[in-house]
Design a protein around this ligand. Structure first.
Ligand SMILES: Cc1cc2nc3c(=O)[nH]c(=O)nc-3n(C[C@H](O)[C@H](O)[C@H](O)COP(=O)(O)OP(=O)(O)OC[C@H]3O[C@@H](n4cnc5c(N)ncnc54)[C@H](O)[C@@H]3O)c2cc1C
Length: 261
């Protein structure tokens, strides 16, 4: 468990950002990952008074605040309207309901965890991450960067019409995933995000047309894993992850084509 010298409920994002510039300070999300470490923080910065715990709908976007708990991603009706069961499927295996009431979107993305279901689902969608200092950054760029001293404020999901399929493989229910796969199909094309490789989710480069032929699908699936790197760990070998990637990609293409038939 971590320890801390000071605890501050930030009154503004500017205050949170300034306090966080000290290397020994730390921003609090749901504290579930932080509490697994033994760090000594000089100041803990609480964002809970800044109104970041809601999902707001604007004309073109859904804006998900950094303090929104994973349970809200799972149950929110607006998300369900735009993305079907994709968010529910992405987070429902994470530990347990009480845990998902506490773990936050901000903490989940800022940590850039290799195993993250949360990073995988957002990476398949048209979205940006709003940082207090750096502004809005495409999710792909954000996930590839190392954590710095910025404050994650919100995720902006563009209301681009799309269908989404989420799959993960686990050795046992609620364990960390062996592989995660999120696929979205929008008019501009397909986006494939593969996570738990076991490193952080990445997109598969692709030029798959919106309505691919059987031959184009077969050719894409055969090489789906080749633009990404995979590794082995205690949960699965590199070869198993490559195999799962091809299986999940084929399944997702089939499912999403069926849904829009
Ligand atoms: C036992 C266990 C099992 C898990 N299994 C899974 C799983 O299967 N799939 C999955 O996807 N995830 C899993 N997770 C991760 C979990 O879902 C959360 O992603 C994780 O706990 C971080 O969220 P948090 O809100 O607790 O963040 P915290 O632990 O509070 O913070 C995490 C880090 O992010 C920083 N931070 C938090 N909020 C912000 C912000 N707004 N701006 C800047 N920095 C910020 C903190 O300073 C800290 O460095 C697991 C975690 C645990 C402990």
């Amino acid at each position: 468990m971590f320890t801390a010298g000071n605890y501050v409920v930030a009154k503004s994002l500017e205050e949170a950002y300034q306090l966080n510039q000290k290397k020994t300070a730390g921003i609090l999300g749901g504290m579930l990952w932080m509490r697994t470490g033994k760090r000594r923080y000089s100041t803990l910065i609480d964002l809970s008074a800044l109104g970041l715990d809601g999902i707001k709908e604007t004309e073109n976007e859904l804006v998900i605040g950094a303090m929104v708990p994973l349970r809200e991603l799972e149950t929110n009706e607006t998300l369900r309207t735009y993305y079907g069961d994709a968010f529910l499927e992405a987070v429902r295996h994470i530990v347990g309901t009480q845990f998902r009431h506490m773990a936050t979107v901000g903490g989940s993305l800022f940590g850039r965890y290799g195993f993250s279901d949360v990073a995988t689902i957002f990476l398949a969608l048209d979205c940006t991450v709003e940082l207090y200092h750096a502004g809005e950054v495409p999710i792909e760029t954000f996930l590839a960067q190392k954590p710095d001293r910025d404050v994650l404020v919100a995720v902006h999901l563009k209301k681009t019409p799309c269908k989404v399929c989420y799959q993960s493989q686990r050795i046992t229910e609620t364990d960390f995933p062996v592989l995660t796969c999120a696929v979205s199909r929008q008019e501009s094309g397909w986006v494939f995000a593969i996570g738990a490789r076991p490193s952080i989710a990445k997109r598969i480069e692709n030029t798959l047309p919106y309505a691919p032929t059987a031959e184009e699908i077969a050719a894409f699936v055969a090489h789906a894993d080749e633009t990404l790197s995979f590794d082995s760990n205690m949960r699965g070998s590199e070869e198993y992850r490559r195999h799962l990637t091809r299986v999940f990609v084929r399944r997702a293409i089939g499912q999403l084509m069926e849904e829009t038939r």
